[in-house]
Design a protein around this ligand. Structure first.
Ligand code: ASP
Length: 282
């Protein structure tokens, strides 16, 4: 039996108004959520756990996913979320979904379908058909930022990679986007550039979606590890490619061997790892 392990992230600290108190609050939330998710992982699969962990992160208004998501240029919130099962290699996701509390749960429902990535109105309509109720995820702080058109420097997003007792990996990522983006803009979070898992490794990214897509970041790290490159080298190689255009990104990963890693190209990403005994929070 494999020792179950879990790594989660909550985007970058540089998100709008990150003062010392907010930083501390985010770290406290990470601690609470990584512990709850690890307890869940002891009794559930990696796939179920990454969804559960992302749901907890989406429900926490401190993070830019689900409740607390960034608002786009037209005043609406459009969210993206995806899951990748390392066992089946199935990927499911929603892109630019509106007015649901937990986009990651909608992505989970799509796992059972042939058409597994839905966007825009189709994604929202699918959610309604599945019984997801209308839910406005805008919180007063985000509305205030949007009203004064305060360009948030923030890179948010949440994510989780889990390794379960059967040695199976899964990854999930959920985002409210960059904030103030053009309507129709597509995030990396529901693509394999932002979220990737196979039998060898799982990866979840945050940062500027355009930069992450240009580097195919999660997939590049994943394929390098699959082809035998050590995890740290796969990271360094992939992040070196980002450096060519000063790409803004961070990524967490966990391998089937239980190795975990994190790197960011700009300071600084909030993440937490636990195997149930050891807990590391940044
Ligand atoms: N990657 C997300 C996006 O570009 C944003 C983020 O991670 O903060 O939509």
């Amino acid at each position: 039996m494999v020792q179950p392990k879990l790594i989660i992230h909550g985007g970058f600290f540089s998100e709008s108004n990150t003062d010392a108190a907010t930083k501390l609050a985010k770290q406290e939330s990470m601690k609470r959520i990584v512990s709850l998710a690890h307890a869940f992982l002891l009794k559930h699969s990696a796939l179920d756990t990454v969804v559960y962990a992302c749901e907890l992160l989406e429900n926490d208004p401190l993070f830019n996913a689900g409740t607390g998501s960034q608002i786009q240029s037209d005043g609406s919130v459009r969210m993206s979320a995806s899951i990748m099962d390392g066992v089946t290699r199935k990927f499911s996701g929603v892109i630019n979904i509106q007015d649901v509390k937990n986009p990651i749960r909608v992505a989970e429902q799509l796992m059972a379908y042939d058409d597994r990535v839905l966007g825009g109105e189709g994604a929202t309509a699918f959610a309604r058909n599945q019984g997801f109720e209308h839910f406005d995820v805008r919180i007063p702080q985000r509305i205030k930022e949007w009203e004064i058109k305060a360009a948030s420097q923030g890179k948010g997003t949440v994510g989780c990679v889990a390794l379960d007792a059967a040695g199976k990996l899964a990854a999930a990522t959920s985002t409210g986007g960059k904030g103030f983006e053009m309507v129709g803009r597509i995030s990396d979070s529901a693509t394999v550039a932002g979220n990737f898992a196979n039998a060898h490794v799982g990866i979840s990214c945050t940062g500027v979606g355009e930069d992450i897509v240009s580097a195919s970041l999660a997939a590049a790290i994943g394929i390098r590890v699959t082809d035998g490159m050590p995890l740290d080298q796969a990271y360094k190689r992939s992040f070196a490619e980002l450096a060519a255009y000063d790409g803004f990104a961070g990524a967490i990963a966990l391998t089937a061997g239980g190795e975990w890693y994190h790197l960011d190209s700009h300071p600084s990403m909030v993440y937490a790892f636990t195997d149930g005994i050891f807990l590391d929070i940044f």
